[in-house]
Design a binder for this molecule. Sequence first.
Ligand code: ADP
Ligand code: MG
Length: 244
Amino acid sequence: MIKIEHLNMHFGDKEVLKDINLTVKKGEVVALIGPSGSGKSTLLRCLNFLVKPTSGRLNIDGINLDVTDVSKKDIFSLRQKTAMVFQNYNLLKNMTALGNIMEPMVTVQKMNKKEAETIALELLERVGLKNHKNSYPSQLSGGQQQRVGIARAMAVNSNIILFDEPTSSLDPELVGDVLEVIKKLAIETQKTMLIVTHEMKFAKEVSDKIVFLENGSIVVDGTPNEIFVESKNTRVSNFVNKMT
Ligand code: ADP
Ligand code: MG
């Protein structure tokens, strides 16, 4: 579903990503962990060209390209293939929960409003917010807003969802509900998920694979057991121990 080959990214002369190689199969859930500033967000954003990589190849759900040679049309296709859930939800303030979820279906997929509404209502139910369909973002808690953000990403009808620290803006008591929703969707759907998170327990429970980034490089990747239990890499175990 995702193949990243020799991906590099620099801002000026600062190398942010160095020779990233990663393969993710359909339906896999991958957690990206690592210290702040290690390049996790940049890596996610390179996959849909919110950040332009400097060199390398990407194969995203059948779109295979050299990152130095991409058209506007390629970027549009990449964004249709990858829905994103942001740290700060990025909901439209002047639209209700229902309206926010319908928005990508109506504007990008050109679906008629009635059909989009039916799907949006189902998604609201799946994230436990059916009773809030007419609420505006300002009337919802952070956790509820993020669950709308997740429902909106589900509405994009892509095989891939990218989560960039989906719970790091939330008050601690609201984190659990959002993680539960993500976990449930990871089990119930065949979506391929890349999740940047500092929630180690969640990463361990939800992921098929954990990728540890440091200074723009993948230091190790492996199953949760390999990373959390068996890892002989002291940088990884120090980080994990500090976070748990
Ligand atoms: P993480 O998500 O792991 O915390 P980021 O991907 O946000 O890390 O950042 C990786 C590095 O790239 C950091 O050193 C950060 O300062 C740098 N960086 C991120 N965005 C920009 C930018 N727009 N301009 C210059 N440097 C940036
Ligand atoms: Mg980040």
